[in-house]
Each structure stands twice: as C-alpha cells, then as structure tokens.
Design a protein around this ligand. Structure first.
Ligand SMILES: NC(=O)c1ccc[n+]([C@@H]2O[C@H](COP(=O)([O-])OP(=O)(O)OC[C@H]3O[C@@H](n4cnc5c(N)ncnc54)[C@H](OP(=O)(O)O)[C@@H]3O)[C@@H](O)[C@H]2O)c1
Length: 145
C-alpha cells in the first residue's frame, strides 16, 4: 500500500512501505534531501523517540539535578510537539522525583500522551503532579519486592 501526502504547495508525494518517495513533479535539491531524511519516519508502524534537552556545555541537568531551565523556549515547543505525536512518554523515577513533570502537551495543540514512570524501587513521592491529575492516563510501574 502506498501513502499519498500533499503539502501546502500541492506537490503529490507517494510513499512506499519501504520508505522510498516518488513524485511526478520536480523538487529542489534541498527538498530532496529533506524528503530522503524524513519519509522513512512515515513508513514504519511504530517508533521509539528519545529526547533530551542539553546545555551548551553538554549537561542534561544542573549539578543539583534540576533540568527545568536547561531547555529554551523553542526546544520546549519541540518537546511538546513530540509529546503530541506519541502514544506514551516514559520517564524514570529520578526524573519524576527531580522535575515533578506533568508530561502533558501545553505549548502546542494536541493530545496528551499516556504517562509512564519506571520506578523499580517504588521510591517516587506520592504527591507528584502526574500521580494526582487526571489530565492523562498514568502508568506507575514498580518492581517486585
Ligand atoms: N535535560 C533533559 O532533557 C532531562 C530530561 C529528563 C530528566 N533529566 C534529568 O535527569 C536526571 C534524572 O536522571 P536519572 O539518572 O535518575 O534517570 P531516570 O531516567 O529518571 O531514572 C532512571 C531509572 O532507571 C532505573 N534503573 C537504573 N538502573 C537500573 C537497572 N540496572 N535496573 C533496573 N532499573 C534501573 C532507576 O531506578 P531506581 O529508582 O532504582 O534509581 C530509575 O527509575 C534529573 O536530574 C532530571 O532533572 C533531564
């Protein structure tokens, strides 16, 4: 089965199940490069995407463990756009405890993903925002004692 996508300039692009793209119209070298890069994403049934915010000196959090202000506005919008595209967002117990995240979509329009917390030792505080709001389903996964 081939998927057909049409963008704002009315160029019809056919995607094959193997990730190749075809069009009867001419496209620029820049557009060709972009299509080569992005169309494989549309041809797979499921993806796992890893996202991290990183400071200029390569850190994902401050020395005290906080990461809230590592991201600038544009990367926060990008993060929320990714959340809007996925079924579930997964964080560890360390992130849930340090950041108390909501893991919802707020900077763009879109549906909140399910929230999954991997917590093998059952150590996250019970008053965390994601355990006490019903804005999205939350799966709190705890290891066996
Ligand atoms: N900049 C960013 O984009 C960003 C995003 C998210 C988080 N952060 C920052 O990252 C930090 C949290 O990092 P973290 O290292 O604690 O990561 P984390 O991803 O929050 O937690 C790691 C999880 O993996 C579990 N784990 C580790 N080794 C394991 C093993 N061998 N077997 C089974 N489970 C295992 C840990 O269990 P235990 O409960 O036993 O430890 C914990 O639940 C915070 O400072 C947060 O602010 C930054």
């Amino acid at each position: 089965m081939a998927l057909r996508h049409r963008h704002a300039c009315n160029v019809a692009i056919t995607l094959t199940p193997t990730g190749e793209w075809q069009t009867a119209q001419s496209v620029t070298a820049e557009a060709r490069e972009l299509l080569d890069c992005l169309t494989p994403l549309a041809s797979r049934p499921a993806w796992v995407v890893a996202q991290l915010g990183q400071s200029m000196d390569g850190r994902i959090a401050t020395e005290s463990g906080h990461s809230h202000y590592i991201n600038g506005h544009e990367s926060l919008v990008h993060l929320h756009r990714l959340r809007a595209l996925v079924d579930a967002v997964v964080v560890g117990a360390g992130t849930a405890s340090a950041d108390n995240p909501q893991l919802t979509v707020r900077h763009v329009s879109g549906t909140h993903p399910a929230r999954v917390v991997l917590d093998p030792r059952g150590r996250i505080p019970s008053d965390l925002a994601l355990l006490n709001s019903d804005s999205a389903p939350t799966l709190h996964i705890v290891g066996l004692a």
